[in-house]
Design a protein around this ligand. Sequence first.
Ligand SMILES: *[C@@H]1O[C@H](CO)[C@@H](O)[C@H](O)[C@H]1NC(C)=O
Ligand SMILES: *[C@@H]1O[C@H](CO)[C@@H](O)[C@H](O)[C@H]1NC(C)=O
Ligand SMILES: [Zn+2]
Length: 577
Amino acid sequence: MDDAKLNAELPGAPVSRPRPRRFRWAMLVAGVTLVAIANILLKYPAGSRRLCGLPAHATTTAEVCPQASALVPEKNGALWSELTALHATDAFLQRAVGRLSAAVQIPTETYDEMGPVGEDPRWITRGPFVEHLTTAFPLVHAALNLQKVNTYGLIYTWQGSDATLKPLLLMGHYDVVPVAPLSADQWTYPAYSGYFDGENIWGRGSSDDKSGVIGIMTTIEVLLEKNFAPTRTIVFSFGFDEEAGGYHGAGHLGPALLERFGPNSFAMIVDEGSGYTDQFGAIFAAPAIAEKGSVDVTIEVQTPGGHSSVPPEHTSIGILAALIVHLEANAPTPVLKLGSPPFEMAQCLAAHGPAVPHALKSAVLRAKHSKKALKKAEGMLLEDPMFRALVGTTQAVDIVSGGVKSNALPEQALAVVNHRIATQSSVNATITRDAALVKDLAARFNLSVTAYGEPLTPAAGAYGTLSLSAPRSLEPAPITPSAAPPFQLLAGTIRTVLGATYGDVQEVFVTPGMMTGNTDTRFTWALSEHIFRYGHGNMIGGLGGIHTVDEHIKVDSFIGMISFFTTLILNADEAAL
Ligand SMILES: *[C@@H]1O[C@H](CO)[C@@H](O)[C@H](O)[C@H]1NC(C)=O
Ligand SMILES: *[C@@H]1O[C@H](CO)[C@@H](O)[C@H](O)[C@H]1NC(C)=O
Ligand SMILES: [Zn+2]
């Protein structure tokens, strides 16, 4: 469903107001979450959505999700005002759009399982992109230190005057997901045209994430033009294969930053991620403070082969099918935990969102003090598949294979189960659970079980073997504290920038957000406790074709991102962090 339509149809929601910027961006997912909760709004009758007083024993909304005051640079105030005025000019717009459009025209596609840089020829598209940055941002390249890591990974360092202040780290990635050949002719404008129609910039990467990379570069170039000299060191790093896990790019950039700067050396990290929406009757921005983990569990069944004319009751394929059915019948149950990031987000929306239905609002706000209310809130929130996915560990059987010939018994069959791990869980808990489930059933089929290299049952005397493996996994990210100064600085910055655009018509709130997907920040945990996935993407009206046809970004939104980066840098330069 189109989000704009969803919003318009919301019965009882505040009358829709003029929207100065209606672009769409995206998300990795905190955005999707906001959309998800909006779906919940549709499920409750209009009558229950009246704004009314909370029950006497409810937590008062003032205590829940307190809002940082809008933060405006003071020491750098004159420069900030000058740049704010500059960002509103057509000349600036043309210039920023030109840089982004040219960036989109370089097809830096990332494929799964690419070979090493220098061997796999598909990396060479990165060369022209780095060249584009060099020519488009001459001051950045003249004044800043550039370290290239694994050829195409970029770390720019702008040395501040006070070396005792921890640097600010901004991140992005300049690779894109491939354009599916069969979908190429479905694009309104060719996928790598970077076409600007006066309102939108079109093309793969226009939003995810070349807008972030070009937005940061443009911000820095302009600050250099204005002779800004930072007090706090600013570092920005760009990966080149985020869309395939970041192993060649950020996977080398993270360790390089750790070697140069040391552990816990950055005041805060801001990478691509979520944005803001106008659902819930106000503007909500949701910097992601958490990321789920992930693991692929391979389940392999081996049984004796033979001629298919004398078959056993169950072949390896039949047994595997039974195991899959068993796993799906016993999927992990999501539990909404007090204090978890999805709970914090629900609290913030309930406390401040005028359009949140009364019954939901009341249950969520009472949940901290009442188990019954928590159960009720959980029941209502988990009705939505998107919110469900955010809260719990998920599982999806994504690959299955087995058998080679129609008259030969299959000696081997395997399935790969992809799990996204809840922030309150772990890789170990997830894979141990799978092992326990399949072990129960293996006995029935007379199979010995080996789980992750450890034999669980003796191999001797069994008909076949069942083995589980999980070679590649990612723990859920450490949760960024939302009461600490870096979150407050980010929130105050967002409230300033969004307040300037929407403040006259709608209130602006910032809630801790969350991701169901991952970003390059997975390689930066050692660098800072304060990691945010937030690209200031405008999700009002939809997600803008991210990862699919017709990806585009509204020009106002792109300029808004530059205002965001500018305000963030100037605020961070003078704040105690
Ligand atoms: C993994 O989890 C299982 C079950 O929860 C536990 O018994 C085991 O000690 C854990 N192993 C590690 C290495 O944490
Ligand atoms: C399990 O399979 C082995 C090997 O085929 C066989 O010898 C044994 O009798 C079977 N056990 C049961 C309980 O069916
Ligand atoms: Zn991205």
